[in-house]
Design a protein around this ligand. Sequence first.
Ligand code: GAL
Length: 636
Amino acid sequence: MLRTLGTCYYPEHWPEEIWPEDARRMAEAGLTWVRIGEFAWSRLEPNPGELQFGWLDRAIEVLGSAGLKVVLGTPTATPPRWMADRHPDMFAVDDQGRVRGFGSRRHYCFSHTGYFAESQRITRLFAERYGKNPHVAAWQTDNEYGCHDTVVSYSTAAKSAFQDRLREQFNGDINALNDAWGNIFWSMEYRAFDEIALPTLTVTEPNPAHVQAFRRFSSDQVIKFNRAQVDIIKAHSDAPVSHNYMGRITDFDHFKVGDDLEIATWDSYPLGFLEDRVGATPEQQRAYARQGDPDFQALHHDLYRAVGNGRWWVMEQQPGPVNWAPYNPAPLPGMVRLWSWEAFAHGAEAVCYFRWRQAPFAQEQLHAGMLRPDSKDAPALGEALQVAAELKDAPEVQPAQAPVALIFDYDADWAWSTQPQGHGLSYFGLILDVYRSLRRAGLSVDILRPETRDFTGYKMVLAPGLMHMPADLKQALVETDAQVLFGPRTAARDESFNIPTPLPPALPGLDVTVSRLESIRPDMPRALQDGGNVILYVEELEGSATPILHTETGDVVAMRTGQKTYCGAWLDGVGFDRLLRRIASDAGLRLRDLPEGIRIRQTATEEFWFNYTTETVKTEAGILPPAGVLRRPLIA
Ligand code: GAL
């Protein structure tokens, strides 16, 4: 598979006369892919049933004749205004019961059956018309499921679909649900499934079992919505189907959506993310303001490689300042190139820049493109040209199994947010901290889905924070000959969100019991012996496993038997570095001491070095200028 570049284009935004020139310039810039169509519904069907696909036919022809391959997006993220007249109750409803109105995008509720049918209808029109078009080389369903907080909807449609699902899950036995959820607590027992409301606007917190069940349901609604489109597209086209996921959006199980798709793509906005979702300290935000967080993109690259079962792209790469974060600086010169190469280093097949030309109108006027609004080159175009030239020398995608595996579980993320037990306690945040530590040690990481049972080939497997861990996963992790890290909160809840007995984690062969747990104020870290701190969350551990990490006051933080370790705390950077380096070195892995802001990634044959800092840094691989990228053959 070749490594390729592309862009996102909106022919409906520009006069038809300039399409050929745009297409020519894209091809000359070395781009292969052009994604179109995903927001164009109001121009394709200006009135219900009045189809105007002629312009899209011509746009595809113009782009295809210039040698570009089209990724065609279904336009279901932006139903036009008339849809609201047809389906006045199609809008999602927020947790305060407010209807999320028309005037931007993603305003539909996944559970609305009328809109569901409309989404199938427009998808069918696309698939029938373009399924055999030689220029349509890939598809995209919708746009960024879950972006703008759009998975969970408290609508009437969601309520009745949720009740149906529970009825089915509990075989119509309401007492079974009452028992499973513990509804006797506070007299919350129901007499029938249609008495069950959605878990919001309760006087104090709703039952966590109820919340978690609703989160699982909401995720499944996305899977169903996506699958309906995929089935239609596949009936008419052999081209691969993709979806563009987002950064740190965890409200639906991406692995399960990915099961229906050939390719996972994601939209990478490193500077926007650093400001609005990484959770970095103000110091880190300043240090990396124009480069982005050194680990956040990489984590998503690895996550989406797993979601795509190996095949993944960056569908939207930030090309310059964006418009939507609290602060929107320009990337340091060279960063657009660095981000592109970093994606390739993690096995991306394609990197597409969002967007081709900056729009002088509407919400994203201040979002850079590869071209300025006057069509002159913007800085990103030059960097893309450089990457295109460099790709000639490194054309092939070179995936390889990494030595370290980190399990990522969307269900665990919902469980932590359903019952965080303290401010700032987030599963995603924990995973990011663990991942950072692995990266600081120079380790390449594979993300694995929680259904994985075969860990062959991995020397180290990490499964922090899996609040519900099925018995067969426990068994597989205990049996693998890799070094394994469990905890904190491993198997802390059963399937129905109750505390199991024997008390967690109840791991065969690793005698550790969590007898009590605490959350900790961020300004009250607990020092570890020999460096680092416990932060935010800590468990009291009992059992006969060997203690290997203590606080200065002598509390046991981690215990071990053989190659299996349980850590009952959230540690700071130094703490995780110490623990993970110890486990990694016991696993026989080569550890590096990378300078601040330097990261490396290995493919099957290459080793990449990236400089995320604003300084020139001397490394064992050579001197790296700010935003520098170094690629060298892998030395075994
Ligand atoms: C993405 C989205 C694009 C565009 C972009 C701006 O989340 O898919 O349509 O809005 O953000 O950065």
